[in-house]
Design a protein. Structure first.
Length: 360
């Protein structure tokens, strides 16, 4: 069946329908990873977006359900150059085509995804429609496409009730703004007992559990939309409990302490983004997935200072908070799939909790 991707600037790509046979309007973004498509599909940070994979062959190793980063897939749509329909891998349990159908995700294959990525890089992230309607009227659909906005996605992806990963080490409260499973797993593997809380849990409830540390997760959407969460983070900030934040959590903590954020032209999404540790000068390769960034020019130097920088575009990739046991990063140290270069940051968080415990 034919399918069409219509961008809000009027550009139309023609290809083949994959996955669910339904029409969708979404924000079109691209990911440059060569592997890890299942982790991308199950990353809650993609809620409200349709993902373009720039690597030309997707699905060649099939689906292994143990690799899922959440219980379901979250993107609105999936866009590929070629979808492998005969996967080959000893861990393979299913095909990506069946996975897309099962998760009701429509998509399009057979288009030049690198040409699409080039358009998004030059003109910026834009909305688009995936449709199988060959009789679409461009003048009618373009206003609908332009009207779309990503909203309410943190409430959509967060857990509905708290849960616990048992451990015999430090007690960590993980605020789930759309957390990838490997964040909790990375802490749990280091012995931590991880209690996962819904995004809008009150600060008083978290602090009443007397955690040794607080973790703020990744998540989707515009951080400025999360006004109620930001108010609760202000209370956590003054608590002096050690805190570590990733991606959306990093942005929300910056907003809670008076800094500002803005949307990037086309975002950072992939598994090979270089970030520099400003203290040591060392460069790490990181996995990233974000469309917003903390504006360094709005930082109060008495509150926070830049800790990491993106080597490509010099945008902020992490903060250290002055006089506080708090550090935050824009990239994913728990990356799966992706490089493990910065996994040591979880050990740094453990050391921070250990030092705080010794002081008491």
């Amino acid at each position: 069946m034919k399918a069409f991707l219509i961008l809000e600037d009027g550009t139309v790509f023609s290809g083949t329908s994959i996955g669910a046979e339904r029409e969708v309007i979404s924000e079109i973004v691209f990911n440059t990873s060569m592997t890890g498509y299942l982790e991308v599909l199950t990353d809650p940070s993609y809620a409200g977006q349709a993902v373009t994979m720039t690597y030309p062959l997707i699905g060649n190793y099939g689906i292994c359900y143990k690799d899922m980063e959440s219980l379901k897939a979250w993107p609105d749509g999936f866009i590929v150059r070629e979808l492998s329909r005969m996967p080959s891998n000893f861990r393979c349990e299913d095909t990506i085509q069946k996975f897309l159908v099962d998760n009701n995700i429509p998509g399009i294959a057979g288009i030049d995804t690198r040409a699409l990525a080039k358009i998004l890089r030059e003109k910026g992230t834009m909305n688009g429609m995936i449709t199988t309607n060959e009789n679409y009227n461009l003048e009618e659909v373009l206003p609908k496409i332009k009207e779309y906005t990503v909203s309410g996605v943190v409430k959509k992806v967060t857990c509905k009730e708290k849960s616990v990963l048992n451990g015999d080490g430090f007690k960590v409260a993980l605020l789930d703004f759309g957390a990838k499973k490997n964040i909790a797993r990375s802490l749990n593997n280091r012995g931590c007992e991880v209690t996962i809380y819904p995004a809008e849990t009150k600060a008083e409830e978290i602090l009443a559990s007397n955690p040794d540390g607080i973790m703020l997760s990744n998540g989707p959407g515009d951080p400025k939309e999360c006004t109620e969460i930001i108010e609760e983070l202000k209370k956590l900030y003054v608590s002096d409990v050690p805190m570590f934040a990733i991606c959306l959590g990093h942005q929300l903590m910056a907003l809670a302490t008076g800094a500002d954020t803005h949307k990037l032209k086309y975002g950072h999404r992939g598994a090979n983004h270089p970030v520099k540790d400003l203290k040591t000068g060392r460069v790490y390769i990181s996995s990233q997935n974000h469309g917003y960034v903390v504006d360094e020019t709005t930082l109060d130097p008495n509150v926070a200072k830049p800790a990491f920088e993106n080597v490509n575009d010099k945008t902020n990739e992490g903060l250290e908070y002055v006089g506080k046991n708090i550090f935050t990063v824009q990239f994913h140290p728990e990356a799966c799939a992706g490089p493990q270069d910065t996994a040591y940051l979880f050990d740094r968080f453990i050391d921070m909790m250990k030092m705080k415990k010794e002081e008491q």
